[in-house]
Design a protein around this ligand. Structure first.
Ligand SMILES: *Cc1c(COP(=O)(O)O)cnc(C)c1O
Length: 393
């Protein structure tokens, strides 16, 4: 199999299967409720591990918890509440659906104005890249929050995090960065880049497994000033005093809602120790070389067959995946699975995404995957598949 979809769901690490088995049989099965003595703070300890291994964050700023969507909702509200009197949220049309939908809901609930940077404007630089000048056009003193992706999920364009954070910050707005398609592929340096708020998932390049918890990052510069909604008992100072009234715990602890997902966190911890051994600098370098290699193969083999490339050609402007377009992308992506044992990712209407997950994709696997795609399309094999609704995921 050529697995080129590590940006949707990372592969299962052997060590993780063992870690989960051990957790299940020895810890849950053996320790029962006494296990909570060492499970209870796992959202923070695995959060710190995520922070140091993949986010460039000092301890006490990351929780591994909930989902990206829930974390987005909560941090967006926290930021907006910290900018009273401002009533605008800025997002880009190319942002991930859940991000746009959640912000639409917040804007409706709070009577705010949601401004969406349209795709035509995003095309000005290159494939959804947002230049500081472009963002500046959308900034004014009414903007409370800007929400952007570090790597755009569709085009794979990489945004200039420090520069854009600075442009929004200069007008007094928060930026909430969604790192879902970047974390585990790029050597993120959230502390150094001056980021205040970020969120992301762990089941893509971090190989945490389907539905593994997401994470949230709140810089220590702002964590005591912001208040995320949902005052669960894990955010309570002196939680087990079980007191009558909520009193927020200081720091990142005040952002936790409830009982940690111990199974999922066990999986993330296992993944993090593998990534730590490889090192994010090497992983980012291989993402750049692997996508360079894919672009060479695209130019030589796929462009002549009617494919287009919708991802920046300069490695510093992209992450670990490429967006290829073709008029028959739907048939091609079904046929690749059915006849060629190549797993890409399909996005309506005409996009096939292919990723280098640097930890496990070999150059040979990339070469073979592209070779099979070339042969399949030049032989017209994709015309043999029938298009039934819901067949493509
Ligand atoms: C994958 C992804 C998500 C997923 O959100 P969930 O809450 O985990 O379903 C959100 N945002 C972006 C940018 C993504 O790439």
């Amino acid at each position: 199999m050529c697995y080129l979809d590590g940006n949707s769901l990372g592969r299962l690490p052997k060590a993780t299967a063992e870690a989960i088995q051990k957790m299940t049989l020895e810890e849950w099965g053996g320790e029962l409720v006494t296990g909570w003595s060492h499970w209870i703070d796992m959202a923070q300890s695995v959060g710190d591990q995520l922070g140091s291994v993949v986010l460039g964050a000092k301890p006490g700023q990351v929780l591994a918890t909930d989902t990206t969507s829930v974390n987005l909702y909560r941090l967006a509200l926290a930021a907006i509440k910290d900018r009273p009197g401002r009533s605008t949220i800025v997002v880009d049309e190319a942002n991930f659906p859940t991000d746009r939908y959640i912000l639409q809901g917040i804007a409706a609930d709070l009577g705010m104005n949601l401004v969406t940077i349209p795709n035509e404007d995003l095309a000005v630089a290159e494939f959804e890249r947002i230049t500081p000048d472009l963002l500046a056009k959308y900034m004014n003193d009414d903007v409370a929050l800007v929400c952007l992706q570090i790597i755009n999920y569709r085009s794979g364009a990489r945004q200039d995090v420090p520069a854009l954070t600075e442009v929004a910050g200069a007008r007094g707005a928060y930026v909430l960065w969604d790192a879902s398609h970047a974390v585990g592929a790029l050597d993120l340096q959230l502390d150094k880049w001056g980021v205040d708020l970020a969120i992301g998932c762990t089941y893509k390049y971090c190989n945490g497994g389907p539905g593994a918890p997401g994470w949230l990052y709140v810089s220590s510069a702002v964590s005591n000033q912001l208040h995320a909604p949902v005052q669960g008992w894990f955010a309570q100072k002196n939680q087990f005093a079980m007191g009558p009234d909520f009193e927020r715990a200081p720091g990142i602890l005040g952002y936790q809602i409830a009982t940690p997902s111990v199974m999922g966190l066990t999986s993330i911890a296992s993944s993090m120790s593998i990534i730590e051994q490889a090192g994010m600098a090497s992983i980012e370098a291989k993402a750049a070389q692997g996508t360079d290699f894919m672009i060479e193969l695209f130019d030589a083999w796929l462009a002549p067959l009617g494919f287009g490339l919708e991802t920046p050609r300069e490695a510093r402007h992209r992450g670990g995946h490429l967006s290829l377009t073709h008029a028959e992308a739907d048939r091609i992506s079904i046929a690749l699975r059915q006849f060629a044992n190549v797993i890409p990712d399909y996005r309506k209407p005409n996009t096939i995404r292919v990723a280098v997950a640097p930890l496990y994709n070999s150059y040979e696997e990339i070469f073979t995957g592209f070779e099979r795609m070339r042969d399949l399309v030049s032989d017209g094999k994709h015309h043999e598949v029938s298009l039934t609704e819901g067949a493509v995921t």
